[in-house]
Design a protein around this ligand. Structure first.
Ligand code: ZN
Ligand code: ZN
Length: 345
């Protein structure tokens, strides 16, 4: 609640004083485009938030409000067009925005795609190739579900979200899978709870591609590239790209780092796999390959809400300007002592 009041107050301050616009022009001057990022799109936020990490969710109606608000201020472009502008170092001209959805949830097909088609918004979906067409869950969803079912919240203990995040940030994919298996032996979760987390199928992805949307890679397994061996990181980037290209019959140019996590090895692997553009979730950019660390603003249901839970253009505006990440800081180190520009955008 206090955070929400602070956020609304900070948004009003930044809009009224022009600080938000200042940050925006600073980001624009550095050639940083506006790329919005969402995860799941659901019918009813409160209902879905009972079993899901809330910050992964946006309701269809809130997404529509975002798109309408953004569409009045920016021209929506595909990631290919955005990339061309970056390539031409053409930061000027009309303000443009791109919209992306990570993780490849089936609800993109059910709720986002019809809305995007109706509004003529070109968007991109970043998928985890090992999960496409399977009933398997993303590890972060499974861990969160298992931890929320297994442990009763008590004061002072980490919340299921805090515990999930700490485990994801610190363990390798193999260790996380072992831990999940151990928890699964202890807790059973019914199929109707698991069903909303399912991924897109290859047929759906084909339809999404034919509808003019961009399909990009979000890795083979969603392993955080900063936690894995160099060999594994190379495999995540390369195998997912070749599988998408073979299945969809198209060239795949775009990659989104799982969890937004990158370091030099991750950027090098993405370059070696042949991607032309890659996307993060913070303001840091690789000094020599900025097109492989394009920042995105991560949105969810409450990221644009005022203290009464209502949609607020002022709050959304600050998110677009990366103003809150500027204030709250980045949790990643991106590899200490490596070649990174730690300037904020
Ligand atoms: Zn992801
Ligand atoms: Zn960062």
């Amino acid at each position: 609640m206090i955070r929400s009041w602070m956020k609304t107050g900070a948004a009003r301050f930044m809009n009224q004083t022009g600080v938000g616009a200042l940050i925006s022009s600073w980001a624009g001057a550095k050639g940083v485009p506006f790329v919005a990022n969402y995860h799941r799109v659901v019918e009813n936020f409160e209902e879905s938030a009972k079993n899901s990490i809330p910050s992964m969710l946006v309701s269809r109606s809130m997404l529509e409000q975002h798109l309408d608000w953004i569409g009045r201020r920016f021209r929506f472009v595909s990631l290919d067009e955005l990339g061309e502008r970056i390539g031409n170092k053409d930061g000027r001209g009309d303000p443009v925005a791109a919209v992306t959805f990570d993780d490849g949830y089936r609800d993109f097909y059910d709720h986002a795609l019809p809305l995007l088609k109706q509004k003529g918004v070109p968007a991109a979906v970043f998928v985890v190739t090992d999960l496409v067409g399977t009933m398997r869950l993303q590890l972060h969803d499974k861990l969160y579900l298992l931890l929320s079912h297994r442990f009763r919240p008590n004061s002072g203990a980490p919340t299921p979200f805090q515990a999930t995040r700490a485990l994801l940030e610190n363990l390798t994919r193999a260790d996380l899978e072992n831990l999940t298996r151990a928890l699964e032996a202890d807790v059973s979760i019914s199929e109707d709870v698991l069903q909303p987390f399912h991924s897109l199928t290859w047929e759906m992805l084909g339809e999404i591609h034919r509808a003019g949307m961009t399909v990009g890679s979000h890795g083979q397994s969603h392993a955080l590239m900063t936690n894995e061996s160099r060999q594994q990181v190379m495999r995540e980037a390369a195998v997912s790209r070749s599988e998408l290209e073979a299945r969809l019959g198209t060239v795949v140019q775009h990659f989104a780092y799982p969890g937004g996590c990158f370091d030099d090895a991750a950027v090098e692997a993405v370059a070696a796999a042949g991607y032309r553009f890659a996307y993060t979730t913070c303001g840091h950019q690789h000094a020599s390959l900025p097109r492989l660390t394009i920042p995105r603003s991560v949105f969810w249901q409450n990221s644009s809400s005022d203290s009464h839970g209502r949609f607020s253009g002022a709050v959304l505006n600050c998110q677009i300007n990366h103003a809150f990440s500027l204030l709250s800081g980045c949790r990643q180190r991106h590899g200490t002592g490596r070649e990174h520009e730690h300037g904020r955008v």
